[in-house]
Write a protein that binds this ligand. Structure first.
Ligand code: SF4
Ligand code: SF4
Length: 249
């Protein structure tokens, strides 16, 4: 693909992330780690339950595309790169989000079982008008979430919250691992190692602080923290890396 078109792809991606971020006050309940807990207590399959389940199912075929292209938290994380563009240090603490996730999922399961299981579906559970932040106290929660994401980005580096605390990331990582296990066709990155000139532009461009150059040299671009943003694809001067909808790892 011509470089001009590749630049356009990243502009489109960043525009989508910006739109998603601006929509966050409307959609925050449908991505909320709390509203699903309240739903479990009351036997209600709510919006965030459906969204998280959809993220898991979609990741079986398109990996973490949501994280790279559509998530409002990602939009905020990438905006914060303007303030702190330091890489996260190898994602040493990536496991923290799994501890949070397992405790959270365990709590949801416990509450749902205690409530006698799910009995009804209400996408708009705890959302009166369909718009999440529709009264002043909603802004306290909204800004608290923004503050946490901003703090992580500023303290730990590029997209720090995505690495360490995001409750949605494990759904997409799990789906990706399952598709790898069964090796069915899915969206992934491929590289032609022999064309690489070792310029490391891909590594510098990666918003998830991955050592993409090293991944290219090792012959596999499979990494559970890769969000398929395509920054490495689009910046590579030798077109080494490309998207592929194919089977295998
Ligand atoms: S490896 Fe490439 S596609 Fe994956 S997160 Fe890094 S820059 Fe984006
Ligand atoms: S940007 Fe392309 S050529 Fe440069 S190190 Fe990465 S894969 Fe190799």
């Amino acid at each position: 693909m011509a470089k001009k078109q590749q630049g356009k792809r990243q502009r489109i991606r960043k525009a989508l992330l910006l739109i998603s971020l601006l929509s966050f006050p409307v959609i925050i309940n449908y991505l909320s780690p709390y509203v699903i807990i309240d739903g479990a207590m009351n036997g209600v399959v709510n919006g965030s339950f459906i969204v998280f389940a959809s993220l898991f199912v979609s990741s079986l075929f398109v990996g973490r595309l949501w994280c790279g292209w559509l998530c409002p938290g990602a939009g905020l994380g990438e905006a914060c790169i303007a303030v702190n563009d330091k890489p996260t240090h190898g994602g040493r603490w990536n496991w923290v989000k799994w501890v949070i996730w397992f405790v959270w999922i365990g709590l949801i399961a416990f509450l749902a079982i205690s409530a006698g299981g799910y009995k009804r579906v209400n996408f708009f559970h705890l959302t009166d008008s369909g718009i999440s932040v529709d009264r002043p106290r909603g802004y306290i929660i909204y800004y608290a979430v923004l503050g946490i994401f901003i703090a992580f980005a500023w303290i730990t580096g590029k997209r720090g919250a995505c690495h360490y605390i995001c409750w949605m990331a494990p759904f997409t990582i799990l789906g990706r691992k399952i598709r790898n296990l069964f090796k069915w066709p899915a969206l992934r990155l491929k590289a032609e190692q022999s064309k690489c000139i070792d310029c490391k532009r891909c590594t510098n461009a990666c918003p998830m602080s991955l050592d993409v150059n090293e991944m290219v040299q090792s012959g596999t671009l499979e990494n559970s923290e890769c969000i398929l943003c395509g920054s490495c694809v689009d910046i590579c001067p030798r077109d080494v890396i490309h998207y592929s909808f194919s089977a295998g790892k």
